[in-house]
Design a protein around this ligand. Structure first.
Ligand SMILES: NC(=O)c1ccc[n+]([C@@H]2O[C@H](COP(=O)([O-])OP(=O)(O)OC[C@H]3O[C@@H](n4cnc5c(N)ncnc54)[C@H](OP(=O)(O)O)[C@@H]3O)[C@@H](O)[C@H]2O)c1
Length: 337
């Protein structure tokens, strides 16, 4: 798979590159990424033909949007696709008054959730200011899942299906955004949103990967039927599918539990038998699904980014996928490259 291959974005009049640059790491998640490294990663992506960038107000309390806007400032606007998110408002504050966890050296803004109509309009406008752009191509409603909101989720979801939906639907009608959707870590929430509202797309993080494919049951078939595009973030499950099952490997942004370590180790044994790097399989598997136009990969260094770009087009023999299915490590109905 060519990382710069242009793929149709569901029913929307838009194409994205199969490999997308995810900006959570340049929001300084867990530890800082220097400005120069952040700039160099955006430039390296561009040189490799990557033309889809995903960011959010949450990543580094605005820092990722600021860095993304700066990195893309002098690129021709029609040459790339940018997604960001609504659901949080940022307000300037003294550093001492801000709880930055899990972000390091983030921007001095306090975040608060707001899924109202007015809050969504304000958040959208604020993002354009931080990015210094006149429009966003794709806008996701961020973090309305149980994974991030716990017991509050039903109320948050209902608020978003009203306030955010009305605001985004209006912005889409006015042409300030081409595609609107939901960006979360649970396919069930995306499924419920698509049943209620006419969303164009979803950013599903970590829930359709080489490790887990439950989204094949109901959600992905519904997306195919409705022409909704699904971009996959967290396709390394936050690390373990890039690093392998080694001590300290991350799954869902925390140390991987024993059952996940064991399953990844078994997948790695099949990889070794076919001379396939695990991350190459993780990257290429995701975009084999017809509803999935892009893999949004997060990287912390230029070296990681270059490696991922190379892995994206690493040859993988058909026998490899067949063996994963035969050994029960991959669902038999999962589309493979
Ligand atoms: N709710 C949402 O809408 C949502 C949620 C999650 C993600 N996303 C989007 O999806 C993007 C990607 O997700 P993610 O960054 O959370 O997770 P991810 O892609 O699953 O994992 C990224 C991490 O994997 C490790 N990694 C990547 N390439 C590597 C390599 N070549 N060698 C070794 N390790 C490597 C790095 O870990 P280390 O940092 O430890 O080196 C990196 O930070 C985000 O940036 C964001 O744009 C959206």
């Amino acid at each position: 798979m060519n990382p710069s291959a242009q793929r149709k974005f569901g029913r929307v009049d838009l194409s994205v590159t199969a490999f997308a640059f995810g900006t959570a790491p340049i929001g300084n998640i867990f530890r800082p990424v220097p400005d120069e490294e952040s700039r160099a990663m955006i430039e390296t992506s561009w040189e490799a033909g990557v033309r889809y960038f995903d960011t959010a107000p949450m990543y580094g309390h605005g820092l990722a949007e600021l860095r993304t806007g700066e990195g893309l400032r002098w690129k021709p606007r029609e040459a790339y696709v940018l997604s960001s998110k609504v659901g949080r408002l940022l307000r300037p504050a003294r550093r001492a008054d801000i709880d930055f966890a899990p972000w390091a050296d983030a921007a001095p803004f306090i975040m608060r959730f707001d899924y109202s109509y007015d809050g969504t309009m304000r958040a959208f406008e604020d993002s354009l200011q931080r990015l210094a752009l006149e429009r966003m191509d794709i806008c996701f409603i961020h973090d309305i899942d149980v994974f991030t909101r716990g017991a509050e989720q039903p109320a948050v979801f209902a608020a978003a299906m009203d306030g955010c939906w009305r605001a985004l639907e209006r912005l889409r009608r006015e042409g300030v955004v081409k595609a609107i959707g939901v960006g979360v870590n649970e396919w069930q929430v995306c499924h419920a949103a698509l049943q209620q509202r006419d969303f164009d797309c979803f950013l599903l993080a970590g829930r359709y990967t080489l490790l887990e494919q439950d989204a094949l049951d109901e959600f992905l078939p519904l997306c195919e039927a409705r022409g909704a595009a699904v971009v996959v973030g967290g396709g390394f499950n936050s690390g373990i599918l890039a690093t392998g099952a080694r001590p300290g490997a991350k799954y869902n942004y925390a140390p991987a539990p024993a059952d996940v370590m064991q399953k990844v180790a078994r997948i790695e044994a099949v990889c070794a038998a076919h001379d396939v790097p695990l991350p190459a399989a993780a990257l290429q598997f995701v975009v084999a699904h017809p509803a999935v136009p892009a893999f949004i990969a997060g990287t912390r260094t230029v070296a990681q980014l270059r490696q991922n770009l190379a892995w994206f087009s690493h040859p993988i023999p058909p026998d490899f996928w067949a063996e994963l299915k035969a050994t029960g490590l991959l669902r038999p109905d999962a589309p493979t490259p």
